[in-house]
Ligand binder design. Structure first.
Ligand SMILES: NC(=O)c1ccc[n+]([C@@H]2O[C@H](COP(=O)([O-])OP(=O)(O)OC[C@H]3O[C@@H](n4cnc5c(N)ncnc54)[C@H](O)[C@@H]3O)[C@@H](O)[C@H]2O)c1
Length: 281
């Protein structure tokens, strides 16, 4: 059993009806935490709630149908949780939306861009604004985990709006960690979970993809070491491949190469060569 959080402490997990959030709820319920499962999909949430109640006991699970994009709804949720159980030891801002209705291009309808920013960027910001004051006031050790994406780190072309939201979340979460570690008396840390390719939603398991439980097991280990960047490998991409891809992306700036040179006809051979070499670190 993980000793990350005390028995009966509280985990608030958004996007808890499915995938990585649901696996997190399962894991922390097994650890004896009280679980607040937050999701906008009522049907899925109620089914997931029943599963988690089977682990933690119905009295220790609360299912909250909330759209994380709503600051008011997140603020009401925090007040409700505080009044019922107290402030969370874990806030996992994990819910995210993907592009729907557009082709994932730069000229996607503005409504898609706005929806993705509302959920993927303001969702976590709303979560922090709602819950952090209570967590700071409680003074007990607590963690905030925001779920990012490799698409926000290495920026593969094809889905600019989603990539941009996850890049913003990376920047935001680094600032959150910096603020918290410099805030006198604060006992809260922030972490960026970056899953690799993971079978989630209603998809069938795919060869090469991790299962959500693997992501959560990896996250728990990394949180135990108090790591900020929790970058998961998967069955196709090793941690070393990730490090090289991230470094190549950073070197685009340092070397003043064209944007996204990894996919540029004049640079992609050099990138392939770079991937074969040892990391220059
Ligand atoms: N699956 C992957 O390969 C992968 C890779 C990298 C990052 N991620 C990230 O992992 C996180 C979890 O995604 P998943 O793969 O488990 O997906 P999922 O679709 O299985 O679960 C996401 C959950 O979030 C909920 N949700 C969506 N919008 C919401 C909103 N506005 N308010 C409240 N709940 C909302 C959905 O109803 C769903 O239950 C996301 O942040 C995603 O970007 C996933």
């Amino acid at each position: 059993m993980s000793s990350l959080f005390p028995q009966n402490s509280i985990a608030v997990i958004t996007g808890a009806a499915s995938g990585i959030g649901r696996a997190a709820a399962r894991n922390f319920a097994r650890d004896g935490m009280k679980i607040v499962m937050v999701d906008s999909n009522e049907q899925k949430l109620l089914a997931a709630r029943d599963e988690i109640a089977g682990i933690a006991g119905a009295a220790n699970v609360s299912a909250e149908i909330v759209d994380v994009a709503s600051a008011e709804a997140m603020s009401s949720l925090a007040a409700k949780v505080q009044a019922a159980w107290g402030s969370p030891s874990l806030l996992m801002n994990n819910a995210a939306a993907f592009v729907s209705g557009g082709k994932g291009g730069i000229l996607d309808p503005l409504t898609n861009w706005q929806m993705l920013f509302d959920v993927n960027v303001f969702g976590p910001i709303n979560g922090v604004m709602a819950f952090l004051p209570g967590m700071l006031e409680a003074g007990t050790p607590a963690k905030i985990v925001n779920t990012g994406s490799k698409q926000g780190l290495t920026n593969p072309p094809g889905n600019p709006a989603y990539n941009t939201t996850k890049a913003a979340l990376n920047a935001y979460t680094q600032n959150l960690a910096h603020d918290l570690r410099n805030r006198p008396g604060a006992n809260v840390s922030a972490h960026l979970l970056v899953p690799g390719w993971t079978t989630t939603g209603d998809s069938e398991p795919k060869q090469g993809a991790w299962m959500p439980e693997q992501v959560i097991a990896f996250m728990v280990e990394a949180l135990g070491r108090d790591e900020f960047f929790i970058i998961c490998p998967d069955g196709e991409t090793s941690s070393e491949m990730d490090r090289k891809r991230i470094l190549w992306n950073a070197l685009d700036i340092v070397k003043n190469r064209p944007a996204l040179s990894r996919w540029h006809p004049k640079h992609k051979d050099a990138f392939a060569e770079f991937m074969k070499q040892d990391l220059p670190l």
